[in-house]
Design a protein around this ligand. Structure first.
Ligand SMILES: Nc1ncnc2c1ncn2[C@@H]1O[C@H](COP(=O)(O)OP(=O)(O)O[C@H]2O[C@H](CO)[C@@H](O)[C@H](O)[C@H]2O)[C@@H](O)[C@H]1O
Length: 616
């Protein structure tokens, strides 16, 4: 099995290099400039929109490398040291826009979550906002997601969707499955909901109080099949999306799509002009199931190598366990035309043995199509000057509402109403990823300070119990709200002074972006998207200009001690250096978080995907 995995890998690599050659040719034919240089944040010169970007780091022609001053001096900038994927140029370069021959694409998002219809975390946020931003740029955009009905008031979210009366038969899991489609056209986007009895049950999209659903492989196989059919069979607004579309497949739940395109459609002449991009929001979840389940997926036997996965010896259950499995995310990594992650830092981390969760070698082998694009945020939902969930609105022009939000939060949670006391917040899934263990270890020392601490989260029952117990132990200064509650998350974001994010890894992270927009100062572990988006406060840079002064505190390594040091800096600055604190707040609030920049970068990657022939 291992041998066949490696063989398929070699074959795929061969086709990768040929596609890169074609890409270079295609770019030359299109007459694009091979090199443009602009200074980065640190003032270093870097390559942008070059075919060296497109085909991967290190592939630049000798002449162009010679033009790079850092390279000539033999120096490697800090940025280069942590970036070995393909850099996507940022928006705002007018010349870039002129050079770009703007084409509109038919884009099909495939996702397990899309806010406001469904959301358990950041995947829902991104797939609820990015499609709208891309549609606003002139693309035809469809989002295909399950229609989760769980007999709660939340079902009302689907009330605007109408039954398209188009039922199709899908052949998998040894039987014929019939799915229907509901549709809502909202904010320029075709929101398409796949209807099947397996999406109608209590709980969240992935599980209920008894744990993860046992048939998730089945449910998300259905989603992937239905998403492949939707552009062909749904006449939305009178016309189907047709064959030439771009599938943006998000995380493992949608990862079967690129393999289906290659194995089931292209051999029959369908989707020959389509392309797929895998977006990795979280590599820790890969959709791994026993190898025997491959037969259920309705794929030809010769495509087994695409999903084939062999656990290392240490991860096997017993001596007879061969560790053979199928891995949905791996399937997309080896078949998608391009791969994206949700920050540049994370696109590098997943190519390392520490961050790749076993997939780092495969990802490294596809570095020439791997890029990172930092998420934006929905600036209408997350705007302190208009937010309906918070007690008082405020902005950089008038910050007075911020402390009123804090007082209101203290009142609501039954904490002492003390506007001068720093309030630290945490919002997130209660999961290993989010660094809850570190908070657990540090809480006795944090509580020795004159602070209040508010946590909102749900997930691992052990962490939920710990939150309840900690609230009992520190009734005067700790509140733990167990549950998933969007209005409360807005109230905490507005009412706290400091947001703590000690994530073990964080592909992008949205809460630190929301916090900065609300004048709440992030204290974060220096990892992934947190490192990319939070800049540590430098008091010595104050009074020059805003560049380099910082928007929060980052800490590393991931230890209790270094987290406490950063927190103490934040608390001391809050208490003793009011002007500096206000500067931190305003700098964070003024940053550009819109999806416009990210959407333009996605557009660039889509353009690159169509320049190459299909990868598989
Ligand atoms: N108990 C609760 N009540 C209300 N709201 C809650 C909540 N717990 C979490 N949320 C909300 O869910 C979202 C979580 O965003 P994160 O970026 O932390 O996402 P997550 O780790 O799920 O997603 C993954 O995908 C996203 C998107 O790409 C990446 O940013 C991230 O790094 C990656 O791990 C935020 O909107 C947050 O406010």
């Amino acid at each position: 099995m291992m041998e066949s995995l490696e063989l398929s890998h070699v074959l795929l690599l061969t086709s990768s290099s040929s596609s890169s050659l074609l890409t270079t040719k295609a770019i030359r034919q299109l007459g694009l400039r091979c090199l443009m240089k602009k200074p980065n944040k640190n003032g270093n010169l870097r390559l942008t929109r070059s075919f060296s970007s497109h085909t991967g780091g290190g592939a630049a022609p000798a002449s162009s490398q010679g033009e790079d001053e850092d390279a000539r001096d033999g120096k490697i900038s800090e940025e280069d040291a942590t970036s070995n994927g393909v850099e996507v140029p940022e928006a705002g370069d007018v010349e870039e826009e002129k050079v770009r021959n703007r084409v509109s694409y038919n884009i099909v998002f495939v996702t397990a979550e899309a806010a406001p219809y469904s959301k358990t975390g950041g995947l829902g946020d991104v797939c609820g906002s990015l499609p709208i931003a891309l549609a606003a740029r002139g693309h035809r955009v469809m989002v295909v997601s399950p229609m989760y009905i769980n007999s709660t008031p939340g079902d009302k979210k689907f009330s605007g969707a109408v039954d398209l009366n188009r039922r199709i038969k899908l052949y998998c899991f040894g039987s014929v499955q019939e799915v229907g489609f509901f549709h809502e056209f909202r904010e320029g986007v075709d929101w398409v909901f796949v209807d099947h009895p397996s999406f109608h049950r209590p709980g969240n999209p992935y599980g209920d109080k008894f744990g993860t659903f046992g048939d998730n492989q089945f449910r998300f196989t259905l989603l992937s099949y239905a998403a492949c059919e939707a552009p062909l069979v749904l006449p939305l607004g009178g016309f189907t999306y047709g064959n030439k579309c771009l599938f943006l497949v998000n995380d493992w739940h949608a990862s079967l799509v690129p393999t289906l395109l290659a194995a089931k459609y292209r051999p029959h002449g369908v989707y020959k002009d389509a392309r797929s991009i895998l977006v990795i929001h979280n590599i820790a979840h890969q959709g791994v199931e026993p190898a025997i389940t491959y037969g259920n997926l309705g794929l030809p036997p010769e495509w087994y190598g695409s999903l084939e996965w062999v656990f290392p010896n240490w991860a096997r259950m017993h001596a007879l366990d061969k560790g053979e499995a199928v891995n949905f995310l791996k399937g997309a990594i080896v078949t998608a035309d391009r791969i994206l992650t949700v920050s540049k830092g994370y696109s590098w981390e997943i190519t390392t043995s520490e961050g790749g969760y076993g997939l780092h070698e495969l990802l490294s082998s596809r570095q020439n199509v791997l890029s990172g694009i930092t998420n934006g945020i929905d600036e209408t939902e997350w705007d302190p000057s208009t937010d309906q969930h918070i007690a008082f609105n405020y902005s950089t022009d008038d910050l007075s509402g911020k402390v009123k939000c804090k007082i209101s939060l203290q009142e609501e949670l039954g904490l002492a109403v003390r506007p001068e006391c720093p309030v630290i917040g945490f919002i997130g899934r209660l999961d290993y990823q989010k660094g809850i263990d570190l908070i657990r270890m540090a809480i006795p020392e944090i509580m020795e300070n004159d602070v209040q601490f508010v946590m909102l989260g749900s997930g691992n029952p052990a962490y939920e119990d710990w939150m309840r117990a900690t609230e009992s132990a520190y009734r005067d200064k700790f509140r733990g709200w167990v549950g998933f509650n969007v209005p409360v998350s807005h109230k905490i974001t507005a009412g706290c002074d400091i947001l703590l994010m000690p994530s073990a890894f964080e592909p992008c992270g949205l809460n630190q972006l929301y916090a900065m927009r609300y004048g709440t100062i992030p204290v974060v572990h220096e990892t992934g998207g947190l490192r990319d988006t939070v800049q540590t406060f430098n008091p010595y840079a104050e009074g020059t200009n805003d560049e380099g002064v910082g928007t929060g505190w980052t800490f590393s390594p991931l230890t209790k001690e270094s987290m406490l040091v950063a927190l103490r800096h934040a608390i001391k600055t809050y208490k003793e250096y009011k002007c500096s604190w206000e500067g931190l707040m305003k700098r964070g609030m003024r940053r550009d978080y819109t999806w416009v920049n990210a959407a333009s970068q996605y557009e660039q990657v889509i353009e690159w995907a169509f320049m190459d022939p299909p990868y598989c």
